[in-house]
Ligand binder design. Structure first.
Ligand code: PEP
Length: 254
């Protein structure tokens, strides 16, 4: 697939995998995906597996992502993880503002924006998640919700930082439900996001930013989703937990 922007496909393992299980999965991915150069490949294990997985991916085309990060650099923030700690394990990407954190940890757009600035300050790349709920979509508010989330979560980023930021469009109603947005719905949302980035930053920035689709991506729908003009990769949850399904998503996307 020849696209203007290099595809980036990331596996969000969420709160799954012990260290032993994580190493097992990485071993399989390295065997299956060793030759892949056309796609930036990222795995995002839980914090507890970052150390061992970082050693396991050293000699491979797999890059490491974290699922969250503190906005602070150091100090009395019980349970939090700072950028410098992630960098010890060669983490390159940090997922921010996932809908599960927005829902269960009450993360706001303003907090996501502060975290995004901290991620960039550490020369890491944020993957910033946005997406509407079913009620919001049915009320015709999809664009309004995305605009509010993007304006809030990207507040204060420079053009240079925006180009190094990845957006993940994840319709909340399709996460882990087996429902997927149709390719037309995905493309429509991605085109809207890109046009908005054009207004918020400029056209050149908007053309360069990679926008992942996420929510029930699987081997059977990956090719069609990735063929859409403004879909530049995927953030994969459930299907990233097995070597076979994650590897097939990537192979079907190339
Ligand atoms: C996610 O939550 O980031 C996600 C994409 O999950 P799933 O693929 O399981 O819908």
């Amino acid at each position: 697939m020849n696209k203007e922007r290099k595809l980036i496909i990331a596996g969000n393992w969420k709160m799954n995998k012990t260290v032993a299980e994580a190493l097992d999965l990485v071993r399989g991915l390295k065997l299956d995906l060793g030759g892949v150069k056309e796609v930036d490949l990222v795995v995002c294990p839980p914090f507890t597996a970052l150390c061992e997985v970082s050693k396991a991916v050293l000699d491979s085309n797999l890059r490491l992502g974290a699922q969250n990060m503190s906005e602070h650099n150091v100090g009395a923030y019980t349970g939090e993880i700072a950028a410098v700690m992630l960098k010890e394990f060669s983490v390159r990407y940090v997922i921010l503002g996932h809908s599960e954190r927005r829902q269960y940890q009450m993360e706001s757009d303003a907090l996501v924006a502060r975290k995004a600035l901290a991620v960039h300050a550490a020369s890491l790349k944020p993957i910033i998640c946005v997406g509407e709920t079913l009620a919001q979509r049915e009320a015709g508010q999809m664009q309004k919700v995305l605009e509010t989330q993007l304006r809030g979560s990207l507040a204060g980023l420079s053009k240079e930082q925006m180009v190094e930021t990845i957006i993940a469009y994840e319709p909340v109603w399709a996460i882990g439900t087996g429902k997927t947005a149709t390719t037309a719905q995905a493309q429509e949302a991605h085109a809207f996001i890109r046009a908005l980035l054009g207004k918020m930053f400029d056209e050149t920035v908007a053309r360069r930013v990679r926008i992942q689709y996420g929510s029930s991506v699987k081997p059977s729908n990956a090719r069609e989703l990735m063929s859409q003009l403004d879909v530049d990769g995927a953030l994969v949850g459930g299907a990233s937990l097995e070597t076979r399904s994650f590897a097939d998503i990537i192979k079907n996307s190339i």
